[in-house]
Design a protein around this ligand. Sequence first.
Ligand code: LLP
Length: 418
Amino acid sequence: MDYFNYRRGKLFAEDVDIQAIAEKVGTPFYVYSHRTITRHINAVRDAFSGHPHIVCYALKANSNGALLRIFAREGFGGDIVSGGELFRARKAGIPSKKIVYAGVGKTGPEIRAALKAGILMFNVESNDELRAIDRIAASMKKRAPVALRVNPDIDAGTHPYITTGMKKYKFGIPVDEALESYRLAKSLKNIEIVGVQKHIGSQLTEMRPFVESAERIVSFVERLRSEGIGIKYLDMGGGLGIRYDDETPPEPHELLNRLIPLVKHTSCTLIIEPGRSIIGNAGMLVTSVLYLKSNDQKNFVIVDAGMNDLVRPSLYDAFHKIEPVAKKRRAEIKADIVGPICESGDFIARDRMIQEMRAGELLAVRSAGAYGFSMSSNYNSRPRPAEVLVDGDKFHVIRKRERIEDLIAHEQIPAFLK
Ligand code: LLP
C-alpha cells in the first residue's frame, strides 16, 4: 500500500494533489505522509509481539519537530547524536527515559545536558569517553547509565560510507577489547553499566548481518554476566533498509521474528534505533523543471532542487526513483536530472529514463523522507526548502521555506567594515 499514488494521471499524497501543494508553497519542498508514518510505526511496534522493548527513533534521519511529535505520541523514544538532537527530542515530548545517546565525539556540555535531562543511557564509543562521562557525572553528583557500543566486526554489505561495524571504521569498541572496557566501566564510581549496544550500518537489505551480529552480542552479554556484570538493555541499533529501487529488505516482523528468539533467554529489554525504515519512504522531494538542454551525448533536465536540498545522489551515488507529478502521453527520454548548483556532482539522477518534460512541470523524487532535509545545507546561498505534512485530505506546512534574509541572520559585520 502506497499513500503516494496516481489518480487520473496526477500524483497524490494521501488525498492531496501534489500540484496543489506546489501552487501554495512553491518548490522545491519535502512532503511527508502521516498515514505512511503511522503504518511504519505500527509495523515496528507489532513486530515485537509482546517482548519488552523501546523503539528509539534515530533523529538524524529526519528531526522535524512536527514529525517527532508523532513519534512521541506513539510512545517512541529517541536515538540522538548531539545536544541539538537532545533539545529537539525533549521539545517534542520524547521522555528522557527513552533517549539513548550515541556518537564518538560527545562534548562536555553535551554530556552534562544529557545527564541533567536524565536520559536512559549513553552509548559509549571509547574508554576515553567513558572516563570523561565518569568525571562529569562525579562533578554533578550523579551516576551515568551507560552501554558500550560494541563493534562486532561484521560486514554489513552496504555502502562503505554507511557501514560502521568493522574495525577499520571509527565506531564502537572492537568486540575483543570490549570486555576490558566493561571492566574499566565497572571500576568507575560514577558509571552505571546498564546495556550493550551495536549498530553495524545503514540501508541493510539482508537478514544475515543482523542475525550474525546479534548472535555475537548475545554471547558477549553472557560473558559479561559470567563476570558479574549485569545487563538490562540490549540495543541492536538501526540500519534496516528500504526499497529505493528493487531492493527487498526484510520487513520489521521478519527481522524481529529472528532476533527475539536469540535474545529471549537474556530477559533484556530490546532496544532498536530505526531511522530510514520509518521515515524514508514516507517522504518525497518535489521539484520544478526549470530548463531543458541537450548536447550530442546527453539530455539534461534542470530542476530547482539541488544537492543542497538532497545530497544523497551526489554523496553516495544513491538511487531515488523520480516520477512526473502529472503523467502525460509522451515519449520517454534518457536524461540527467540536475540541480542549479555549480558542481558537476550536483545531480539527482543520471542516465535515467523519464517522460519528456516541459519547463514548469513537477517531478517527485521518491524515498526522500530520511537523510533528505536533515542533510540539507545552504550551499550556493540557497534557502532550504519547505516541509509539508499531509494528513488525509489536508496538508500542513511543518517548516517554512527559509527566506533570503535567513541566510545572513547569524553573520556579523565588524565595525571596521561598516
Ligand atoms: N543508530 C545509530 C547509532 C546510527 O549511527 C544510525 C545511522 C541509526 C541508528 C539509524 O540508522 P537507519 O535505521 O536510519 O539506517 N546519511 C546516510 C545514512 C547514515 C546513517 C548513519 N547512522 C544516508 O543517507 O544513507
